[in-house]
Write a protein that binds this ligand. Structure first.
Ligand SMILES: [Zn+2]
Length: 353
């Protein structure tokens, strides 16, 4: 066996240094956590949906996969990997830069993304939230690059909701629907923050659902609706990230990333932080690798009969509820456009002004 050259060792060491500093502190929920959240939300959305005979539900681009017990995209599942809504959530931003890049990787035999999914499923079967970073980086070199470049998994340190949305450009919503321009817009969004990334890509998904509702033939409606779900799946990755405590209070700059980002991120993720929403509800949010954990909640009960373990903790329930509401926006946009088809395209968008 030939010994690795000095250059190869330097390469390996720099990858190791980057892995110690960047991944896991760069992404919010881990792969299998994103997948569980997205699949649970999709199941709730479909099962709580309107009349199964209405056009929206007839055109739904997902079918129930009894093997994985989740709704999956048949179109994206051609290479023996069942691609659920949660799978799209998990890969977005962490392994793919855009919805269209992700689509292409899923439809390419032996792609790095298909290998990542296969690896993550092995670890999920053993109850890990994710495969180890080293194995992921080996399969997918983009993983490390995105960890460094993509800031949009995080909130802006010390800023309010409005300040997060100053980066929002309504023109980006249209540009995201143009395959030749979408990649450039996504690169720009990756330099902003979780709220702006979510709002912009979600607005594009709503626009696509409207186009489906307004389409005059079923083939076009089906196609637009499929893209609406693909884009929304990408957007919901950042919505899910916005609930992770490790991503609320960490100042993301290249310098702070090297000195204290990871330690702070891990601290807040593990020990939680008190948060409040616009409705005045207060709770302790936890972060990566802690999704749906009860955090010794039984210690606050004074009766054995009060100890309970529902399928989702109250905290997990909030994330799944948010993603379900995000999906419901697509159904609303579709129905609104269908019943108001005389309106010009785009006029009914929910994009913030
Ligand atoms: Zn993320």
């Amino acid at each position: 066996m030939r010994a690795p050259s000095t250059r190869a060792w330097v390469g390996r060491l720099s990858v190791l240094c980057l892995m110690l500093l960047v991944p896991r502190s760069a992404f919010a929920y881990f792969f299998n956590e994103h997948e569980i959240i997205g699949n649970a939300a999709m199941q709730r959305f479909v099962r709580g949906g309107g009349s199964p005979t209405s056009p929206f539900w007839q055109l739904l681009p997902l079918t129930y996969d009894t093997g994985t017990a989740a709704y999956a995209f048949p179109y994206l599942s051609r290479y023996r990997s069942s691609i659920g809504y949660g799978t799209i959530n998990a890969l977005s931003g962490d392994h793919s830069v855009s919805p269209l890049a992700l689509q292409e990787h899923l439809l390419t035999p032996n792609s790095r993304i298909l290998r990542v999914i296969a690896l993550q499923r092995q670890f999920a079967a053993s109850h890990f939230s994710s495969a180890p970073d080293g194995q992921l980086a080996k399969l997918d070199p983009e993983y490390l690059k995105l960890a460094i470049r993509n800031q949009s998994h995080f909130y802006l340190y010390g800023k309010g909701a409005n300040e997060h949305l100053t980066a929002f450009d309504p023109a980006d919503v249209d540009r995201l629907l143009n395959p030749a321009e979408a990649q450039e817009v996504m690169h720009r969004l990756h330099g902003t923050n979780a709220l702006n990334a979510y709002v912009t890509i979600h607005a594009a998904a709503i626009r696509l659902a409207e186009m489906a509702g307004r389409a005059s033939d079923e083939t076009a409606a089906k196609e637009w609706l499929y893209y609406a779900f693909l884009y929304n799946g990408f957007a919901d990755h950042f919505l899910q990230d916005a609930f992770s405590s490790g991503h609320l209070l960490v100042k993301r700059t290249m310098f702070s990333m090297l000195v204290n980002n990871k330690a702070l991120h891990d601290f807040y993720s593990r020990h939680g932080t008190r948060v409040v929403n616009a409705n005045g509800e207060i709770w302790t949010a936890f972060g990566d690798d802690t999704f749906n954990q009860p955090h010794d909640g039984y210690l606050s009960n004074r009766s054995l009969r009060a100890v309970s373990y529902p399928p989702l903790t109250a905290e997990a329930e909030r994330v799944v509820t948010a993603v379900t509401a995000s999906l419901a926006d697509l159904a609303d946009a579709f129905e609104r456009a269908r019943t108001n088809a005389e309106r010009p395209l785009g006029e009914t968008t929910n994009a913030p002004s």
